[in-house]
Each structure stands twice: as structure tokens, then as C-alpha cells.
Ligand binder design. Structure first.
Ligand code: ATP
Ligand code: MG
Length: 371
């Protein structure tokens, strides 16, 4: 194989093109410099560079030499049939003295300036073809060394495109992670806090009977409810589309693992029915309900076995936690907030909670939420 011979002038221009790639803020700017350098090096009157998207269509098309008026009259950029398609498909350079003579060539669209000599190379990184770089109408045809020069430029172009894609991906990931974090913080910390304050106020209003203060407090709690609704909507909007499909199984498994970790009890999670497609508002309730009933069983019951199940029926979902612990007197247990929060969550969703417990045989907490 003969090694391509670069003149010192060519090398200087290639280095310049590489420097432009390193310094350019915009991909388009870089690709324009590459096309110009290629025309310069080969003496071509026209040059173009097409970038392909994942689906094989052009996502960017840069051309030089055809004046804007004519380009407008020609219309759509080349579709990638014919010779250009051959370059990307075969992933090899093509050089010919007359395009029309090439077996793969197709006719030019109307208004297209006449073109004869042609040199085109694929732009690729590794095995993946990202596009093509091609030149036409070099006085006296393209020379032997031109292919190597243009290939070198195509390599520079390929790395510029790959870099731009990577940094776009990284930026997207950063945004998604940021949004997820903000949504979680809002949900886990702020909404729960507001909710707790609301419950406290409701209890206070209950004790104040029908006094003016009680009316004002109830008014305030309903404003808090509105605030929570607003926040939930905001959080929902923050979530990138992937969140639309939350894996409640994964989230509950993670929750159960972390709650059970410091205890000896065996915890089992069961799912039945289409639980992964539950509406967001229901999933949002199931998690804190399980958190409460499971942590109660772990902390208070002395159980060796606890089973939490989520069963989806056509019109409702039933979340049940059963332990084989000591049991307790449900009516008398009013020392904590947990169970009353759990009941209000159920009622707020139009559902209900049933707690049955007997000393010696353990406790069942069952929450039914309508769908
Ligand atoms: N599964 C259970 N087994 C035995 N006792 C329980 C169980 N669940 C609740 N209890 C009893 O009922 C009481 C009230 O429960 P609740 O969840 O309302 O409050 P808490 O767990 O004590 O406090 P908080 O939930 O506010 O952190 C508990 O203190 C405990 O005595
Ligand atoms: Mg509790």
C-alpha cells in the first residue's frame, strides 16, 4: 500500500483545521471549516458535508460553492440515494472524473449546477458512519493525493461530531439527574412536612370546636391542601418522561430493604396484577403507606415474619401488611402519628384503612385505594 504523501502546505492546513475543531464552540462552525479546508486543499469548486442521524437521514447539511439563491431553487438537500448512499453504505471513499459515468450515480435535481469530477469519503468513528464529506469540480479532476487529505479531514470531522454528541448526552444526563433530585427532595421532604403541619392544624381545629379560630384554621388547612396539589403537579412536570413509567416494585423493594436492614424479621413483598402501570397519584400514596405499616411491624411487633402485598384489582388497589408479632389494642393506640396519617391518606384518596390485631396472632393493616 502506498502511504499518502502530504505536502508541508497540506499538513499546515490540516493542522489548522484540527485547531479549528478544538477551538470551535459550535459543531456547524467546525464542519464549515472542514469543508472549506477540503475545497482549498483539492481545488474543488463545490464542497459539502452531510451528518446522518441514528435513523440514517441527514440531520445537518453544510455546503459551499453553490450560491444561496441557487441552493434555494434546488430545494431539499441530497437524500442520500445514489453515489452518496454508496459512500455511507460501503464506508469507503469514491473518486471519479465524471459523476454521470459512475454506475451508482442518479441524476441531479433541477437547477443544480453541472458537476463533473467527484471525490467523496465517509465520515466515521470506529465502525459507525456519521456522514460524508464530498467535493466536486476540481480543475482537471482530483489528484491521487486528494483522497488522503480529504480522509484526514473526515477523521477530524468525525471526532468533532462524536464529541458534540457525547457532550449533548452528558448535558442531558445532568439535567435529568438534577430534575430527579429536585423532584425527590420536594416530594420526600417538603410535601411530607406540609402534610404533617396540615394534619396538626386539623387536629387543633377539632379541639377548638366551632369557634372563629377553628374556622380560620380549617381555611388555612384547605389552602395547604391546595399548595400540596400545586406542588405535586409541579413535581410531575419536573419529571422527565422516563418517570412516567415508575417501577413501583423496585421502589418498594428498595424501601423494604432499607427499613428491614437493622431488624431480624423476614420481610416478603408480593405483587399481583398490573401494579407497574398504576396512576402516579396512587403510587405516590402506596409508598408512604407501606413505609408506615412496615416500619410499625418491624419496630413494635416483635414479628419474625412480615409480608407486604400490593394487589391490583380492576377498580382498586389493596396494600396489606401482615405480621406474626405480638399484636396491640388498636383503639387504645393513639400515642403516635403514623397510623392516623395512614388513615387520612386512605380517606383523602376516597379509600379506607382497616387494622385488625389481636394479642398473640399479630397484626394486619390493610389499605384500599380506589382507582
Ligand atoms: N404492627 C404493630 N404491632 C404491634 N404494635 C403496633 C403495630 N403497629 C402499631 N402498633 C402500636 O400502635 C402504636 C401507634 O402506632 P403509630 O404508627 O400510630 O405510632 P408510632 O409508630 O408509635 O409513632 P410514629 O408512627 O408517629 O413514628 C405504636 O406505638 C405501637 O404501640
Ligand atoms: Mg408508626
Amino acid at each position: 500500500m502506498d502511504s499518502p504523501s502530504f505536502s508541508s502546505d497540506d499538513v499546515a492546513r490540516l493542522v489548522e483545521a484540527a485547531a479549528t475543531v478544538a477551538g470551535a464552540a459550535e459543531l456547524t462552525e467546525t464542519l464549515e471549516a472542514i469543508v472549506e479546508t477540503a475545497m482549498d486543499l483539492t481545488g474543488a469548486s463545490y464542497g459539502a458535508l452531510g451528518v446522518l442521524g441514528g435513523h440514517g437521514f441527514l440531520t445537518e447539511f453544510i455546503h459551499k460553492g453553490v450560491d444561496p439563491e441557487t441552493a434555494k431553487r434546488i430545494g431539499a438537500p441530497p437524500s442520500g440515494h445514489g453515489l452518496l448512499g454508496t459512500i455511507t453504505r460501503v464506508a469507503e471513499g469514491v473518486r471519479t472524473d465524471d459523476i454521470a459515468d459512475h454506475p451508482d450515480s442518479v441524476s441531479f435535481p433541477e437547477h443544480h449546477p453541472p458537476m463533473d469530477s467527484f471525490l467523496g469519503v465517509p465520515i466515521r468513528v470506529g465502525d459507525e458512519v456519521f456522514g460524508n464529506l464530498y467535493l466536486t469540480n476540481s480543475e482537471g479532476g482530483f489528484r491521487d493525493g486528494d483522497m488522503a487529505n480529504v480522509e484526514a479531514l473526515a477523521i477530524i470531522g468525525g471526532s468533532a461530531i462524536a464529541n458534540a454528541r457525547t457532550s449533548r448526552r452528558l448535558r442531558t444526563v445532568a439535567v435529568v439527574e438534577d430534575r430527579e433530585r429536585i423532584a425527590r427532595d420536594l416530594h420526600d421532604a417538603i410535601i411530607q412536612d406540609i402534610f404533617a403541619v396540615g394534619l396538626g392544624l386539623q387536629a387543633l381545629a377539632g379541639r377548638l370546636g366551632e369557634s372563629e379560630a377553628a374556622v380560620e384554621i380549617r381555611d388555612a388547612t384547605s389552602k395547604l391542601d391546595d399548595a400540596i396539589t400545586g406542588l405535586r403537579r409541579f413535581i410531575f412536570d419536573l419529571r422527565p418522561p422516563v418517570w412516567a413509567h415508575r417501577r413501583i416494585r423496585d421502589e418498594l423493594a428498595e424501601l423494604a430493604d432499607s427499613l428491614a436492614e437493622p431488624h431480624d424479621a423476614e420481610v416478603e413483598l408480593l405483587f399481583r396484577g398490573e401494579v407497574d402501570s398504576l396512576p402516579e397519584r396512587v403510587t405516590d400514596e402506596i409508598l408512604p403507606i407501606v413505609r408506615e405499616s412496615l416500619s410499625n411491624a418491624l419496630r413494635h411487633s416483635g414479628a419474625t415474619n412480615i409480608t407486604t402485598s400490593v394487589v391490583r384489582h380492576a377498580d382498586r388497589v389493596v396494600v396489606r401488611t401482615i405480621d406474626n408479632g405480638d399484636g396491640f389494642e388498636v383503639e387504645a393506640a393513639n400515642n403516635g402519628m403514623g397510623l392516623s396519617n395512614l388513615r387520612s391518606r386512605a380517606v383523602n384518596q376516597g379509600g379506607f384503612a382497616e387494622i385488625s390485631s389481636s394479642s398473640g396472632s399479630g397484626t394486619t393493616v390493610e389499605v384500599t385505594l380506589p382507582l
